[in-house]
Design a protein around this ligand. Structure first.
Ligand code: XMP
Length: 328
């Protein structure tokens, strides 16, 4: 039997809308054949892969897809709203929105170690998702946004391939992975053909632990808000400057460190915001985007005047190596 995790040599790279449409039609038929009238559960983060899988499953099985969107409080500004708008309002998805903000931030209170923070976020995510799954009856299948590089990297021992990361075995799901033989660029072409908005399809990579790794040290709500607001300004300005689809990844970090400044003629002892913008092919090595001076001045002006608690903005000129992309 052919290995279902091996992309056939004869499979053409999907680059056109017509090819995407043919793939969509084929997958709809395959999904229907696999799950029949059973229900499928899907953790919908709002990232490209899970969004494309959701849109495909909605087309194939409609209300028998149950999407769970967990807001862990570390998402970017407007993200939970966008997921609800696109999937619940526009695609009429069966979407469960879980507001777990207090739960996550409560557990993370006072935790300074980066690995422990990641661990708490990952574990709690699984718990919340498993709780939602146990409330539902008759779920046999789990949808996953596994893509081909995940399979290849897992085979090469580079990283463990799982999007849900160790769900409790008693949940006992069979997997539905309609985009598992696609490369990222193909997933985007399929996403466009499915009618997903560009903001979702061409989204820059965003780590699972979200803004948590950009709020170094113990996360506090006020500093987390400063990360979220400064990130929103940076994204808005990159979009306006035409850099949004060109720069691989860009974001802000607000370390737990204050310096003296002046605001409204008074001493202001406040945090600094670090802007990071990098380019890469494989994220193993990265170069720094040579950001335009006037644009950086404008971004600095906006962040220092619009984001409470920030009095300075710094630009990170460190490539990877020696720096990693994220600060934690
Ligand atoms: P680093 O910081 O390792 O980042 O140079 C490389 C790429 O991976 C993303 N990243 C993560 N993604 N969970 C994720 O899903 C994580 O814990 C995580 N840490 C880093 C990072 O944003 C970059 O694209």
């Amino acid at each position: 039997m052919a290995d279902s995790n091996k992309r056939p040599d004869s499979m053409e790279r999907i680059t056109t809308e017509a090819q995407a449409q043919a793939f969509i039609d084929e997958q709809i038929a395959l999904i229907r054949e696999q799950v029949k009238d059973s229900k499928v559960l899907l953790a919908l983060s709002g990232g490209v892969d899970s969004s494309v899988v959701a849109a495909l499953l909605i087309k194939a099985i409609g209300q028998n897809l149950v999407c769970v969107h967990v807001n862990h409080g570390l998402l970017r500004k407007g993200e939970p709203e966008m997921v609800c708008k696109v999937f619940r309002d526009e695609m009429n998805a069966n979407l469960i929105y879980v507001d777990a903000v207090d739960r996550f931030l409560g557990l993370l209170e006072g935790v300074t170690d980066p690995e422990q923070k990641r661990h708490i976020i990952g574990e709690e995510f699984i718990k919340v998702f498993a709780e939602e799954a146990s409330k539902l009856q008759g779920i046999r299948y789990l949808g996953q946004g596994t893509i081909y590089p995940d399979i290849l990297e897992s085979e090469q021992g580079i990283k463990a391939h799982h999007n849900v990361g160790g769900l409790p075995p008693e949940l006992n799901f069979e997997l539905v992975e309609p985009v598992k033989l696609l490369y990222k660029d193909e997933v985007r072409v399929v996403g466009k053909a499915l009618g997903l908005p560009d903001g979702m399809v061409f989204r820059q990579p965003f780590p699972g632990p979200g803004l948590g790794v950009r709020c170094p040290g113990a996360i506090t709500r006020d500093r987390l808000e400063a990360v979220r607001e400064s990130d929103a300004i940076l994204r808005e300005e990159f979009e306006k400057a035409g850099l949004a689809g060109k720069v691989w990844q860009y974001f802000t970090v607000v370390p737990d460190f204050k310096s003296t400044g002046i605001k409204d003629g008074k001493r202001a002892f406040e945090w600094m915001c670090i802007v990071r913008a990098i380019n890469t092919v494989d994220v193993v090595e990265c170069t720094v985007e040579p950001i335009d001076y006037d644009l950086m001045c404008h971004i600095t002006d906006r962040i220092t005047h619009e984001v409470p608690g920030i009095n300075r903005v710094l630009y990170d000129y460190t490539p990877k190596p020696t720096g990693t992309v994220e600060f934690e």
